[in-house]
Write a protein that binds this ligand. Sequence first.
Ligand code: HAM
Length: 424
Amino acid sequence: MILTNPKGTQDFLPSQSAQKHFVETQFRNVVALYGFSEIVTPTFENTELFLRSTGLTTDIVTKQMYTFTDKGNREMALRPEGTPGVVRAVLQYKLKLPVRLFYSGPMFRYEKPQKGRYREFYQLGVESIGEPNPDIDVEIIEMGLRFFNNAGLPEVIARVNSVGCMACRPKHRIELSMFLSDHQSEICDDCKTRSEQNPLRVFDCKEATCQNLYINAPKIMDFLCYDCQQHFQVVLSELAEQKVPFELNKMMVRGLDYYTRTAFEFVLPGGKLSNEALLGAQDSLGGGGRYDNLVEDFGGAKTPAIGFALGVERILMCLEMPKQTRKTIYIIPLDAETWKQGRKLLTALRSTNIPALINPADKNLRTGLGYADNLACEYVIIIGANEMQKNVYTLKNLVKRTQEEIPQDKIIEVLTQKQENTQN
Ligand code: HAM
């Protein structure tokens, strides 16, 4: 029996890997423009790290963490998200603040797999730690949208809300709890638990009946304290002033506990994404927000912070990718004598940074052409006795189905020129 990949995971075959690489490159280019440097943290951490940050009442911690006890009896978890590890590292290595960091890598959540929702998935994330002002929130949101624009998704907008702070939440919590107890019979079992443990979390429920009911529930936005109100007002007015495409959504609360003040998600508007590629709950291509208490909760000094993470698989699902460029040159010598010449040419091409492969010595022209096509090569160089006699190579374009003879001493020049033309 042929073994298959575990449920909820994905293999990226070469063409998909090329697309994933394209998305990552666009991301790296954009975040570099905003002064972010890369950080790489482990894919597993002490479980406690996530209990203390992602949140004890979140679905991620209660239902979705891959945890295990290692051989030294330590409680470990595969990271479900990148933020806690980054904040831990910033504190552990006493990085000078403010600091702007980005990361890229796999995350793990034991979720019910479906289109756009996996158990292992890749995130591209940023964290700006130590920057309190609302214009940073705008800058970060604008940066995310610039990435989407550059990657080929200019329609993406930011859905924004403010989830307040420790000062505004208690009053809202009381009002929301009263609303929920009045409607206990109408809400799902998960929301019954949420209404006891962390009522704000009900807004995150994916059940349509709950969502409809919560349209009339008290929203945190209407309970913001003076400082949070001021902060959010600046965010909204600057977003508008800078013509950043966004919509205010008072029901958006995000699925993690550490958020304070500005919270946002990147979505394709008008449910376009839900219909075409993803299903309702998976419509966010990325999300983030402020987390002004997390550094302190981890034992550091009071430090404001903000960040976001993007879901690579979801982005790939929405992108029309440019076709993979065919770059590698395939050399087909037709006999033992010309094979030696082919080997020399192979080395010369690679030394000039031209990717090249050679047909196995025991395979003929037909097999070679088949291999070249499988390997997505655009050009084949054929070397036979005839070519050796005339001091040329036959250069065959597999895409255009043309061929020409090129003097042997001109081949590198000609191929370099052709490469430059495809890049321009
Ligand atoms: P998150 O909303 O949990 O936030 O995840 C961010 C993005 O990761 C989502 O919008 C989605 O695109 C993608 N994603 C999440 N779960 C899955 C899944 N099971 N399968 C496929 N894609 C998924 C965070 O992770 C925060 N750490 C973001 C952040 C950074 N906040 C502040 N800094």
